[in-house]
Design a protein around this ligand. Structure first.
Ligand SMILES: [Zn+2]
Length: 411
């Protein structure tokens, strides 16, 4: 069977695998027969880049395991200073200009750790051998910005371009689930292609109240749902990226087919993906959506979006330690230990390693240098780390059931 590119209508000779949710934001859903190679390349460089930029803060915070992709630099502002965000926490940005003369005053720099400072000096020493590096090391500071710090991050990606990228995902998903779909008008496609403005057709609305999962799951998701309504002659698409960017969109306003509803999810933490079971329709009528869209002012939406974005980013920084707690639980349940002491030592070491990796402040400074766990009262030490986590989880509205499960396993 011949396939046509859904965007340019040319025959697809040379199949290229299209990631419906772009790979750049860790999407897994893909199809080999939706768009031609040329469109795929064009969109890859334009539309996908917008999503990378929009979500890079969350992406860096999340640091999913087993991911070898090169890390992107994200500049953040904290306390009036510029930092580069790393999975270990914010790192002071290196000053661009370095002293050339021996007696010149060396700018003060702040590093997340002594190791990071020495590593930086080792590289720079080769480049600028004339600099007094011993003095430089003395004048530099080391500082850890706590994991719960309020970071200021400004994305360059305009909101409308982000909507356009979301519309592309919805449009492709529709063709994936209904390959025989024939559009009643081409406005939607035109918007994706940048040939008309969103105001010309008013197709987007950021709608925060809807959640396709009946239970509010404490994970990070990409979600797409598509609903065709025979009675109202509409196809409505809903997309949620990183559990925080939620958009409802009219894909077709003169739909002639049968009613249907279907949804896809991808859990970014566990790697699960598939169809959402027992999907409930969008709780809004066509009129509701039209009314909401008419009130929809991009300036009014921005603060709500920003708030939900930062909430998600802060949570994202804690997800890796949640994953580690789950692994510790499995480890405790599936292994035998010679004695209680041995078991506690292993747990304490794993917890401290994770705290260090994520830059969560705690009082066991010695560990960082010696790579050893503080002896005596392992149980007390473990509980005090659990207490720090509990506070962080509660503060960021994360489910903390796993902590009480671990407390039970410790006793
Ligand atoms: Zn094409």
């Amino acid at each position: 069977m011949d396939y046509k590119c859904i965007f340019c209508d040319s025959k697809i000779e040379d199949r290229s695998i299209e990631h419906i949710i772009p790979q750049s934001i860790r999407g897994r859903l893909k199809s080999p027969r939706l768009i031609c190679r040329e469109c795929n390349n064009k969109f890859g460089s334009q539309i996908d880049m917008v999503l990378i930029d929009r979500f890079k803060l969350i992406d860096v915070c999340l640091e999913l395991r087993k991911d070898s992709r090169k890390k992107i630099n994200v500049e953040v502002d904290y306390d009036g200073k510029k930092y580069i965000l790393t999975p270990q926490g914010p790192k002071m940005k290196s000053p661009k200009a370095l002293p050339k003369k021996e007696n010149e005053i060396i700018p003060e720099m702040i590093f997340p750790s002594k190791e990071a400072l020495l590593k930086h000096v080792k590289i720079m020493r080769k480049k600028y051998p004339e600099v007094d590096w011993e003095n430089y090391i003395k004048s530099a500071k080391t500082e850890v910005v706590p994991i719960y710090a309020e970071l200021n991050f400004i994305s360059d990606a305009p909101l409308i371009e982000t909507w356009r990228a979301c519309c592309k995902i919805l449009y492709e998903y529709l063709f994936l689930i209904k390959p025989d779909y024939i559009a009643s008008n081409y406005k939607y496609k035109e918007f994706v292609l940048g040939q008309c403005e969103y105001t010309a057709i008013a197709i987007n609305l950021i709608y925060i109240k809807y959640s396709p999962f009946k239970i509010n799951r404490d994970h990070l998701y990409h979600i797409i749902t598509i609903e065709g309504r025979k009675d109202e002659k509409v196809i409505i698409g809903y997309i949620e990226l990183y559990s925080c960017f939620k958009v409802i969109s009219f894909i077709d306003t003169d739909y002639k087919g049968e009613s249907f509803i279907t949804g896809y999810f991808q859990d970014l933490m566990s790697g699960d993906f598939g169809v959402i079971p027992d999907l409930e329709p969008l709780p809004l009528s066509k009129e509701d959506i039209v009314m909401a869209i008419n009130d929809n002012n991009i300036d009014n939406i921005a603060p709500a979006y920003k708030e939900s974005f930062f909430k998600t980013a802060t949570k994202a920084r804690l997800y890796p330690i949640k994953q580690e707690l789950e692994e510790i639980k499995t480890f405790l349940l599936t292994n035998d230990f010679p004695n209680q002491q041995e078991k506690l030592k292993i747990v304490l070491t794993r917890l401290l390693t994770e705290f260090k990796r994520l830059g969560i402040p705690h009082t066991f400074k010695e560990f960082i240098n010696k790579g050893d766990v503080p002896i005596d009262n392992e149980l007390d030490n473990i509980f005090s780390l659990f207490q720090i986590l509990l506070n962080l989880f509660q503060k960021n509205e994360l489910d903390f059931k796993i902590i009480s499960e671990l407390v039970d396993l410790m006793n």
